[in-house]
Write a protein that binds this ligand. Structure first.
Ligand SMILES: Cc1cc2nc3c(=O)[nH]c(=O)nc-3n(C[C@H](O)[C@H](O)[C@H](O)COP(=O)(O)OP(=O)(O)OC[C@H]3O[C@@H](n4cnc5c(N)ncnc54)[C@H](O)[C@@H]3O)c2cc1C
Length: 393
């Protein structure tokens, strides 16, 4: 590979939602950007329901509609597959379903069109600061190897997802991240109601399951959010038992679909997200909502904000990266701190939570407003927690 010292102003590690969003913005700002991803080619498979608030469109100067596969008009909540609550989403807060592989590839394409270079098949295995620059080492099997064995850059965006090792290696994010255990299932076939998203409580211990329609099928997810994560074999057999009941209720065979167990890094406290010439974004920064597993919006938000901060820092604004950490804490972390408290009470007494929380007439609209960013958990948390602790309607 013909990379020379000083060639790159920014290297983005990971071309998921966070990294690809950052790369697209940095390239449009005229920065010399390299994006590396360990996946051998894009689009690559990605376990994700792909549900996100349409409000993320405001983060981008280009139209995201080419990758939107479904527009959700209503949400249906159930307790143990019964006791349903159906709510129409308010027109101002629509919810989109994307296929993650396509969203990420689309953002990478936007970055490339704006001048970024993309290298798939290149896992980064180490990061070092030397003489005011960052040096990145690629794994031995990488599809390309730089001259001298290292890639050099002035700034780095770490966006290598839930399994990140790089963030902690440079002292960013929690040193001992907290994980939710998830299973994702991709179903192919006709969808009974393609404008409804399902959220099922009472089936998954300490969590819930969701079923999102997309083009030609559905994405199903199961997540457990509190307590020690189960080992993969136990998680799989517990999830298979849930799916055997859930899938027939959606019109699919009990054993249908490709299934994968994943660990999802969730928000667990405020941490600095920047160092000298480096920021961390998305799951690598532990931004995912610990109550509802919403990780796409914070990944896109942090990727876009990381790009703005790096651009300013490269232009000489010394405090720009600290501003990134402060802004993410103020506009995302404060709400997640309440989300974590709600999760720890709700998932201990989910039956009470369903009756006193989800079944309230205003609850579905509040959830839609939280998922769209119109409200934060802080706006509702104290009332919800009081209701759950004292079990009052
Ligand atoms: C089953 C499931 C369902 C979900 N459903 C939803 C949902 O419906 N809505 C929602 O908002 N959130 C959902 N989430 C959460 C959401 O998927 C994540 O929060 C989101 O993917 C975070 O994006 P990211 O860019 O930070 O990480 P990722 O999308 O994981 O991207 C990280 C990238 O880094 C690359 N990489 C990793 N290590 C290296 C390395 N060493 N060198 C180079 N590249 C590397 C990977 O190949 C990958 O492409 C779900 C999660 C799971 C597990």
């Amino acid at each position: 590979m013909s990379t020379t010292a000083g060639q790159w102003e920014v290297i983005v590690v990971g071309a998921g939602a966070a990294g690809a969003a950052a790369a697209a913005h940095l390239a449009r700002a005229g920065r010399r950007v390299l994006v590396v991803d360990r996946a051998a080619s894009f689009p690559r498979a990605k376990a994700c329901g792909g549900g996100m608030a349409a409000s993320v469109q405001a983060l981008f100067p280009f139209d995201l509609s080419p990758v939107v596969e479904a527009v959700i008009e209503r949400v249906r909540f159930t307790w143990d597959l019964g006791d349903p609550v159906v709510a129409e989403l308010p027109g101002a807060a629509p919810f989109w379903i994307v296929q993650r592989a396509n969203l990420d590839a689309f953002l990478v394409q936007q970055a490339s069109l704006a001048g970024a270079r993309f290298l798939p098949g290149c896992p980064v295995q180490g990061l070092q600061r030397r003489d005011g620059c960052w040096r990145l080492q690629l794994a031995p099997g990488a599809s390309e190897q730089p001259e001298g064995g290292w890639l050099e850059t002035r700034a780095v965006v770490i966006a290598d997802g839930s399994g990140s090792r790089l963030a902690a290696s440079v002292g960013l994010g929690p040193s001992r991240p907290r994980f939710a255990t998830t299973m994702s299932v991709e179903l192919e076939g006709e969808v009974i109601d393609p404008a409804t998203a399902h959220f099922g409580f009472g089936l998954v211990p300490k969590g819930f399951c969701w079923a999102f329609p997309r083009r030609g099928g559905m994405s199903i997810g199961l997540g457990s959010f509190i307590g020690r994560p189960a080992d993969p074999a136990t998680a799989r057999s517990e999830a298979d038992a849930v799916l055997a009941r859930l899938l027939p209720s959606l019109g699919f065979a009990p054993d249908a679909g490709q299934r994968t167990v994943n660990r999802l890094r969730v928000w667990d406290g405020h941490h600095p997200l920047h160092g000298e010439g480096v920021v961390v974004a998305g799951d690598a920064a532990s931004l995912c909502d610990p109550f509802l597993a919403e990780g796409l919006r914070p990944a896109l938000l942090s990727g876009c904000r990381a790009a703005t901060a790096i651009d300013l820092w490269l232009a000489g604004e010394a405090h720009a990266l600290a501003g990134y950490s402060e802004g993410m804490r103020r506009d995302w972390g404060e709400s997640m701190a309440w989300g974590r408290r709600i999760a720890s009470v709700f998932y201990r007494v989910p039956g009470v939570g369903y009756q006193l929380g989800i079944k309230r007439p205003t609850a579905p609209q509040r959830i839609a407003q939280i998922l769209s960013g119109e409200m934060g958990y802080g706006d509702i948390a104290q009332r919800v927690i009081r209701r759950l602790l004292f079990q009052r309607g």
